[in-house]
Structures are given as structure tokens and as C-alpha cells.
Design a protein around this ligand. Structure first.
Ligand SMILES: Cc1cc2nc3c(=O)[nH]c(=O)nc-3n(C[C@H](O)[C@H](O)[C@H](O)COP(=O)(O)OP(=O)(O)OC[C@H]3O[C@@H](n4cnc5c(N)ncnc54)[C@H](O)[C@@H]3O)c2cc1C
Length: 63
């Protein structure tokens, strides 16, 4: 997982949503606050378009 710009993180699909959202917070990136409580991996979240609190993974996914 790495920060690739002031707005983007690169993460593999096996990374947990919890770890990705914590990485975003530590790097002062906004947008993934909704994802911290969602269990499972990024890949699983993409397949089902996981979301909470008016946030959805499709809205913060570039590729
Ligand atoms: C207690 C609890 C609370 C939850 N709360 C929420 C919530 O608030 N909001 C919400 O949206 N969901 C919620 N969920 C559902 C949760 O989002 C899904 O269970 C989770 O996203 C599934 O991810 P997983 O990594 O466990 O995937 P799996 O269950 O292992 O797989 C799910 C699907 O994704 C596919 N898949 C997984 N990884 C990949 C990959 N890398 N490439 C291709 N396909 C892949 C699998 O083949 C399968 O079809 C909750 C679930 C639990 C148990």
C-alpha cells in the first residue's frame, strides 16, 4: 500500500478495508472514513460495492 499523490492511494485487492482507511487517515487523506468499520478486503468491497454512512467504494475507486 502506498500514497501515490495528494489524493490517491495504491492498494492491492487483498488489503483489508480497515488497514486502507487507517493508512488514508495517517496520510491525511479524506474519503475513506466510511470504510473503517466494514470487514473484509478491498477486492470483496469492490465486488459488492461496500458502503456505509452515505459512502460507497465506487465513489472513491479510480481503477
Ligand atoms: C459484521 C459485518 C458488518 C458488515 N457491514 C457492512 C457495511 O456496513 N457495509 C457494507 O457494504 N457491507 C458490510 N458488510 C459486508 C462486507 O462488506 C462484505 O462481507 C465484505 O466486503 C466481503 O469482503 P471479503 O474480503 O470478506 O470477500 P469474500 O466474502 O471473501 O468475497 C466476496 C466476493 O468478492 C469476491 N472477491 C473477493 N476478493 C476478490 C478479489 N481480490 N478479486 C476478485 N474477486 C474478489 C469473492 O470471489 C466473492 O464473490 C458487513 C459484513 C459483516 C460480517
Amino acid at each position: 500500500m502506498k500514497k501515490v499523490s495528494d489524493k490517491e492511494i495504491f492498494a492491492g485487492t487483498g488489503a483489508s478495508m480497515k488497514k486502507i482507511s487507517e493508512f488514508a487517515m495517517k496520510n491525511s487523506l479524506t474519503g475513506l472514513e466510511f470504510a473503517h468499520g466494514i470487514p473484509g478486503s478491498l477486492g470483496g468491497a469492490i465486488v459488492m460495492n461496500a458502503g456505509a454512512y452515505d459512502g460507497e467504494i465506487k465513489n472513491v475507486l479510480r481503477a
